[in-house]
Design a protein around this ligand. Structure first.
Ligand SMILES: Cc1cc2nc3c(=O)[nH]c(=O)nc-3n(C[C@H](O)[C@H](O)[C@H](O)COP(=O)(O)OP(=O)(O)OC[C@H]3O[C@@H](n4cnc5c(N)ncnc54)[C@H](O)[C@@H]3O)c2cc1C
Length: 439
């Protein structure tokens, strides 16, 4: 008997059913659909991903699986590298088409080029669609005559010439019978969801879950914020509180990062809220924040070594002192602990914040001391996340090494003994600045 032909939709980011043009392309031919997510065990062991982010991913995959099962399908989790897995899947599943969402990160581009070649060798048609960004980053660069825009203002004027991004496409809300899977496939445990233990997460060490992963929660959260019309219309990024204990912004970033939320869906929901209401404008508005995202994605897509200083043509070359131990301590925090760690946004924002790229006025670099004193006088954030310092008086909370020994003793934390001495010595008097003057 002839094997049924199938189409694979490869979920990487874009972990959603709404506004997913690549997913819609996977059901065009009415072939059986195999929604696939590849879990590469190498990442589980080696990637700097903390327990909270793994949990977010596990929750996201579980949410997607439930939604797909409601449509008569499921999520297939395959373990291995894409290069090893695809040739086998192409044969075993009699695949005729493979779809995925465009990913502009260099690692993904190299991987996708290889998979495209493998697909060609196996006579599998590949269809890719843009969905992770508002526009195609290629089209933005083409509109700029082949040059990458390097200022927010140039980005803004380019996109205003291009007009609004494409409208979100329909959600995948039903599947034709021919695209559904049979019972044997539905219960095949080989492709089951990963457990937290498989992701290397010690469940006992998990913090309470404040931001559950998944499309369901992403859309709920988007709705919740879009209902606060006055707040949305008055939103100004400089006037939010980056170090407050309760978030002063939407916390949609992990959902956008994993693609549980489509940026275009958010964009058009914002336009609905703005309609007939006066509202703030980019760069400070909420829509302006989506353009920051788009800006860093666009620059990241075409700048060699965007996440490094060396070999990065837009980054100022600074003869840093090399200290591997300190470097590791730094990376540990920023790659591992962020729930929304995003290659393009992280690199772009660090270059921005350090005045290494886009502009170079060193005196515009934030001082962690002056900025903190200005925005969180009592150091509540430090007291919560650095409990060793929690008993310091307000006037020393940002510079505990300056406190007299008697104060250090009274606070129960002697600097150099119970808490490390500062590792960076300020050469310049760094001024306090708000984002408003910067952006
Ligand atoms: C040093 C540094 C590193 C950062 N690293 C990351 C990162 O790894 N991942 C990440 O998602 N964000 C990063 N950001 C940007 C920003 O801090 C987060 O996007 C923001 O805090 C997310 O909160 P929110 O969703 O409540 O944002 P909101 O203010 O509600 O904005 C809505 C969306 O706009 C986008 N956005 C907002 N601010 C920025 C910005 N500065 N740059 C680009 N896009 C933005 C995000 O997608 C965000 O979800 C970084 C910022 C700095 C200063």
């Amino acid at each position: 008997m002839l094997k049924k032909m199938t189409t694979i939709h490869w979920f990487r980011k874009g972990l959603r059913l709404h506004d997913n043009p690549a997913l819609l392309a996977s059901v065009e031919e009415n072939c059986e659909l195999r929604p696939l997510f590849i879990l590469d065990p190498w990442f589980v062991t080696n990637a700097r991903v903390g327990s909270n982010r793994w949990r977010f991913l596990a929750q996201t995959l579980a949410d997607l699986d439930i939604k797909l099962r409601d449509l008569g399908s499921r999520l297939f989790i395959a373990r291995g590298t894409p290069e090893e897995l695809f040739p086998k899947l192409f044969k075993d599943w009699n695949v005729q088409k493979l779809t995925w969402e465009v990913d502009t990160e260099p690692y993904s581009c190299i991987r996708d080029e290889k998979i495209e070649k493998l697909a060609k060798d196996h006579n599998v048609k590949v269809v890719c669609r843009v969905g992770h960004t508002l526009y195609s980053t290629e089209k933005i660069i083409q509109a700029n005559l082949g040059k990458t825009p390097l200022t927010y203002q140039s980005m803004q004027s380019l996109v205003s010439r291009m007009g609004h991004p494409p409208k979100p496409v329909d959600s995948l809300s039903s599947l034709p019978g021919s695209c559904r899977i049979n019972n044997a496939m539905a219960v095949n445990a080989k492709y089951n969801l990963p457990t937290l233990a498989e992701l290397g997460v010690d469940e006992g060490s998990l913090q309470p879950c404040l931001y559950p992963g998944g499309e369901t929660e992403a859309l709920r959260r988007l709705d919740k914020y879009m209902m606060r019309k006055t707040w949305v219309c008055k939103f100004e990024k400089p006037k939010t509180s980056p170090n407050s204990l309760q978030p002063s912004t939407t916390v949609l970033s992990p959902y956008l990062k994993f693609g549980c939320l489509s940026p275009r869906t958010m964009y058009f929901r914002l336009l609905e809220v703005y309609k007939n209401n006066s509202h703030t404008q980019p760069p400070v508005s909420l829509l302006g924040q989506l353009l920051w995202r788009e800006f860093f994605y666009t620059v990241g897509a075409k700048t060699p070594n965007f996440n490094r200083m060396e070999g990065n043509p837009i980054c100022r070359q600074i003869p840093w002192v090399r200290n591997e131990k300190l470097m590791k301590a730094w990376e540990f925090v920023f790659e591992e602990l962020l729930l929304d760690a995003d290659w393009s946004l992280n690199a772009g924002n660090w270059m921005w914040l350090s005045a290494s790229a886009f502009f170079h006025q060193y005196f515009r670099v934030y001082s962690p001391i002056a900025f903190g004193k200005h925005t969180d006088k009592h150091g509540e954030y430090i007291r919560k996340y650095l409990p060793q310092l929690s008993k310091y008086p307000d006037n020393y909370i940002y510079e505990p090494w300056k406190a007299p020994l008697s104060t250090q003793k009274a606070a129960g934390c002697i600097i150099g003994q119970d808490y490390p001495k500062p590792i960076v010595k300020a050469r310049h008097h760094l001024q306090t600045e708000t984002l408003q003057t910067r952006r």
